[in-house]
Design a protein around this ligand. Sequence first.
Ligand code: GLU
Length: 469
Amino acid sequence: MSHAYSFTEQVNRQFDRAAVFTPHDAGLLEQIKRCNAVYRVAFPVRRDDGSVEVIEAWRAEHSQHKLPTKGGIRYSLGVNEDEVMALAALMSYKCAVVDVPFGGSKGGIRINRAHYSDGELERITRRYTFELIRKNFIGPGVDVPAPDFGSGEREMAWIADTYQAITAGELNALACVTGKPVGQGGIRGRREATGRGVYFGIREACRFGDDMRARGLSTGLGGKRVIVQGLGNVGFHAAKFLVEGGAVLVGIAEYEGGIYAPDGLDLDAVVAHRAENGSILDYPGAENITPSIRTLEMDCDILVPAALENQITAENAGRIQAKIIGEGANGPVTADADTILLDKNVLIIPDTYLNAGGVTVSYFEWLKNLSHVRFGRMEKRFEEGAYRKLLHAVENVTAHHFSEDEVSVFTRGAAEEDLVNSGLEETMVGSYNQIREAQVRHGCDLRTAAYVTAINKIVAAYGSLGLFP
Ligand code: GLU
């Protein structure tokens, strides 16, 4: 029987595979790999029925080579110290890969959120925030949480409000957390950002003819058959943008089981079907797949695991038919499965790159909060005026008259969401080319290349601190 590696060990094995491609001192590599600080806390919460329950929670700060540290807070029964540490490490590498100037961190609250009322969740979230403040594990320049599995905008608003109440007068208080509602200091485009980033990353990967031909695929996203695991924020938006980009959604896996239809599924209709019936199963025209995990083994070109870690293991990796795996989730492929899939020539687009769209737009939100102004507010009208002058000049020279519709399309200045999506696309496309270049240079796989890139950037940051000249 093979040894069952913990999630942290999985991440460290992947780190070690990459470290051999770097020239750095063993001690320095060890410092980068280690989780710098973990705070574990237990606190009481008053349930609605008057009883008191003890809640267990964590915050792990993996690397302070850049500050603040950054990473989401997970609300799940599966949360434990090892998981939080592994996810914090992935955040450090992810931020480095996409040049987001943060260290990595992660938080977790061990609850099944479905068992708590809104009021109970609010009390848990506010108390957790208070505990982080007391130990200096949160703050705009210290550690900045965000949503993760089981949390969303509402929880982030509670965190921001608690922080602001306690640190009254701190000018940059709103930058203590990202993923907030737009009305409370959030940024347009953050909600869709991770899924949109997954789309940009897969689209970019499909642009390389050599990589596609090596897997018997044609260049471009058009017509490629996709299976998505998880219809949460990441999976839903990844599926939506991939379909808008020309791919065909043929399978979806959720808790209750999976559905598969070779001719394609209508994403919005599946979501409506689930809302009505409480399950994606029995969707008209699709085959039911149980257990859910078997959906990942169905015939497709691109598989996007966008739920949780450890989904593709040594047990099922041999049966995966996809030619491309796009890791929307953190750690969905174990280190053993990785080897099996690479032997099968599967192109794995790694989590440390592919799901970094979320933290990239979190970075934009943080910048917005620190600058206290919405992106586009200063220049939008000025740009529109400049485009209008240009159109008039063209009209004068060519004697062509632009219609009112043309004028409004051609002269539109960039609004906040346009700028966010532009920055996200630039980041995802640029970083893919960086890691692919490293992959070609070292003759390794993309995940290893992403780690090599991350390690080198983190070492450079340590150097600029004067710690490792
Ligand atoms: N929880 C997300 C992740 O795993 C987002 C983190 C963030 O925005 O800080 O990348």
